[in-house]
Design a protein around this ligand. Sequence first.
Ligand SMILES: [Ca+2]
Ligand SMILES: [Ca+2]
Ligand SMILES: [Ca+2]
Length: 243
Amino acid sequence: MRHKPSKRTLFAAATAGVIAAATAVASAVAAPESARESARESGSAARPKDDRPVEVEVFAPAEGDVAGAEGKGWFVDLEVSYPGGPDGLRRAGFSGAQLTGPAGHNNVPPLPGTFSPGQDDRLPGLVVLGSTTIDDPDRKFAGPGTNLADLFNVTGISDRSADATRLWDTWIVGDSIMGKDIDTVLTVAVVDDLDDNGVYDDAPDVVKDLNGDGRVDGKDLKALGVASEVEKVRFRLNGAPAA
Ligand SMILES: [Ca+2]
Ligand SMILES: [Ca+2]
Ligand SMILES: [Ca+2]
């Protein structure tokens, strides 16, 4: 573990521990793998160390959640941890905090930021993919390869120290752009500094099927080049109305 755990990390670790224990009772055969999965997802001390410079932690949705109503109103909440030091924000490509959204909320004071499918103007190295994202060229959606990072509403600095530069990023999904009554996969990573300018600012608007297997997913992100692990969350979108 490369950083002091946040309160949310500790909560997630505790929750994952309970899930891992329950899984172990339910299936002795599957327990070792499940425990490793839980430890990896919680970012707990059991997490195997890797030498990637950036770390992504997804707080919501959680694995197995049934989120939203009519495919809307669900959250993606995550933290990206970049290298620390006085140059950390610049190297992260961070261009300022944002509070943004559709229509009249888009790119207005006091914390302007663009709101659209594609590369985020505030965290330009981040890629967020949905395996069931719609294909609608009029709205700039290009199926599962669409980078959804510029649809996040709230972005800010959660930690800025010698150890790490942590940026928090939250999205309340206001439309059923990933469907409803459907199993889906959220995939999150930070793209490598592909142009060698010293800044993680190289996320594409749309990830292409780089390995030619007919689908766009984490394998294509790895083929593109990533500075972080590729985090995946499998969950379901609830199609029922709120009331
Ligand atoms: Ca933005
Ligand atoms: Ca770069
Ligand atoms: Ca592919």
